[in-house]
Write a protein that binds this ligand. Sequence first.
Ligand code: FES
Length: 106
Amino acid sequence: MKEYYLGKSKEEALRLLPENKIIEFPTGEESIAVLRTADAIYAFEASCPHRGASLLQGSLHGSEELICPLHRYRFDLKTGQVLAGFCGDLTIYPTELTERGLKILC
Ligand code: FES
């Protein structure tokens, strides 16, 4: 498992993550999507596990469900479990807001 940092401080990480906007975080090996809601920060694979649509254009249902823009499948942002649809679960990466920025493990 590799460790990545978004931003160089806690404040910078929060500045880079406007609330309820999904941003792309390229690691060099893959592209990760990061989303800050009012309650949490989530990191997850940027491509939908159904047919690979970009989840950067996904939308939120409540504060913990992500909706894919292509076929509207829904995923639990805490667990990655598919809640509506027929495909594998979404890969979720652990995050931690630290003094060095947002730590993402993947
Ligand atoms: S590609 Fe995401 S639901 Fe089909």
